[in-house]
Write a protein that binds this ligand. Sequence first.
Ligand code: S3P
Length: 449
Amino acid sequence: MFLQKSYQVFNLKMNHIRTIKGGVNLKGKVKVPGDKSISHRALIIGSIAKGETTIEGFLHSEDPLSTADCLRKLGVKIPEIKKNEPFTISGLGLDGFKEPKEILNCGNSGTTMRLLMGLLAGQEGKNFILTGDISLNERPMGRVGKPLSLMGGKIFGREKGNKAPISIDGNKLKGCVIGTPVASAQVKSAILLAGLKASGTTSVIEPASSRDHTERMLKAFGADISIRGELGRNVVIKSGSDLIGQRILIPGDISSASFWMIAASIVPNSEVLIQNVGLNPTRTGILNVMDSMGCNYEILDKSTIAGEPIGSIKVKTSNNLRSFTIEGDILPKLIDEIPILTVAACFCNGVSEIKDAQELRVKETDRLKVMARQLQKFGAELTEKKDGLIINGQSKFHSAEVDSETDHRVAMSLAIASLLANGTSKIMRADAASVSYPTFWEELAKLTN
Ligand code: S3P
């Protein structure tokens, strides 16, 4: 009799419950952990560089650790990554990946799966299989598979290649000009990574500019990459240059900082200094919204690390916040902040509106639906639209039992919402926060103490 080996292909979130008391205020300072997007890219680009790359400020959370795990299975020497400790990886160059004996498990991480699709599409003669957890295997992958196929990629998957598990037969790629229908940094980055292995020049044109960490990092490693066109929406990469290992210092993640930025603005009598916030202009849409709300904040200690602007943000409560509208080209600059901005809108004067946000429906959960469903449990008045939300401000929140529905940003947004509720609330599946911010609950306890 054979003992069959079975693969654990998804993580079921345990039902961790967090209890949050309303009516407290936030005081003190918090240093936000490393940027998730940059952490993934540091590992990936370091892996295909020649020589060593030392990474400092890496986000030690589930998503980037999934990327590390996949890269190890591809033969990259990545040491055990310890919290708050720099580490060094040895790059394999562009052709050094081995054909893995195991399935590459991307966990909950869309960035891991989509960037790896681009990275591996041009690995001629090798096969790769990528899978994820229940949520990731329902997310659209055709947005990456289709452009890669135009370059010669051979990508297969469920639902005509749109859903994982994904199988990639590495193939010869040719550079081409690709216009993407969605402004997605994951799609753009996958095409650029594929472009490193494609013949000639590859050009990506986006409908609006998405985060540009891949471009910045590839340039720093020596790639022949240039930004062109109106508002930098056209990125052109030419294959043939060697990437050389670097030292990367990763700034803090503004998407993680956003929970404290909004909490300190809406929770009465609060004052928080948020340190180590990445201020890359393709990520700072939330500051524009905070300006239109009339939030009380200032940016201090501005500097640049590893080609990325950073600073500290001091935020104090504002008692008279104005309602706001989010629409159009700003969406990619605050795409991950929509859940916490929805909470903010509940405490503004008047009606706020979020439009053009249909992308939220294909994130870790359908964030428009989930945020509406969960915030209504506190007594919030909001209406779900096809592409957004209409939110009535000046809500009075009562305590509630709410559920992250396994989504990290929903879990943390609901925690901040609970601070405004009258009484003690419970958040089910709160451990989802570990995907991007494992120390969130500790920091919340410190700031509300
Ligand atoms: C990311 C891009 C965004 C963002 C995600 C991280 C990245 O996704 O929502 O959390 O690291 O490139 P899309 O590319 O799907 O917009």
